[in-house]
Design a binder for this molecule. Structure first.
Ligand code: SF4
Ligand code: SF4
Length: 232
């Protein structure tokens, strides 16, 4: 009798132990999966000034529209430009955004929203949007638009206009300056140059920056920035 009781107690104890171990392991697993998802999201979210991106999104759509912001002729100007000729055909179906690989990973980049704002005449909001620069020019949106709008080209037109109005994110301005000074998109530090020497590597090729400066001058990228009006 006592032996049967002690056997039952041992079985119950082991059952309890196995359940406890299972519970601890599954909790650790689910925590690690959650952490991994968070890490992947952090790593894949574009890092073009994250605070600027979130504020850009907020400014783009959630701030009340002032009458003074509206340029009713903007959409007609866009319709005359190469690449955005069909913008007036947009009926806001959202296919461009739902198929956009960048919109999948970014909480703020929405090609449909940019086109909508342009149609409303909110030129400054479109041109000052940091999210504009997240487009990877993959042309998926152009292929899928039911209205045959070259959405990727529309985004290119927005970017060109943004450059004309000197609405360029600081990171790109820094890259332009680095290219003008050194011919490289990122400045190569003295330390790296010396390290190449110590490892017996040849010096990095020098770039003819004069030619680059002439090219950039022709597209007005080197002109002094115009003072920006309201920061959106
Ligand atoms: S897919 Fe074409 S019609 Fe639809 S919202 Fe985008 S641009 Fe407009
Ligand atoms: S071209 Fe730009 S907007 Fe269009 S799907 Fe690709 S990343 Fe998105």
């Amino acid at each position: 009798m006592f032996k049967a009781f002690s056997t039952t107690a041992i079985i119950v104890f082991f059952n309890f132990l196995i359940t406890f171990i299972y519970f601890v392991c599954s909790t650790i697993c689910s925590l690690s999966v959650t952490l991994t998802i968070c890490l992947v999201k952090l790593m894949t979210e574009p890092t073009l000034t994250p605070t600027a991106l979130s504020s850009s999104q907020t400014c783009l759509t959630s701030q009340p529209i002032k009458a003074s912001e509206i340029d009713p002729l903007f959409k007609y100007e866009l319709a005359k430009l190469s690449g955005s000729e069909k913008i007036l055909h947009c009926f806001q179906c959202g296919t461009c955004t739902s198929d956009c690989p960048i919109a999948c990973y970014s909480g703020s980049y929405r090609p449909r929203t940019l086109i909508h704002l342009a149609m409303l005449g909110l030129k400054d909001r479109v041109l000052n949007s940091d999210t504009l620069w997240l487009c990877a020019a993959c042309f998926t949106c152009s292929d899928r638009c039911p209205q045959d709008i070259e959405v990727a080209s529309v985004i290119r037109v927005f970017r060109n206009l943004a450059i004309e109005h000197n609405c360029i994110p600081q990171i790109f301005k820094d890259q332009i300056n680095a290219i003008l000074e050194t011919g490289y998109a990122y400045k190569i530090s003295e330390m790296r140059t010396k390290k190449r020497e110590t490892q017996g590597l040849p010096p990095l090729p020098k770039c003819n920056t004069k030619n680059l400066q002439n090219i950039l001058k022709t597209i007005n990228l080197t002109k002094k920035p115009k003072p920006q009006t309201e920061q959106l």
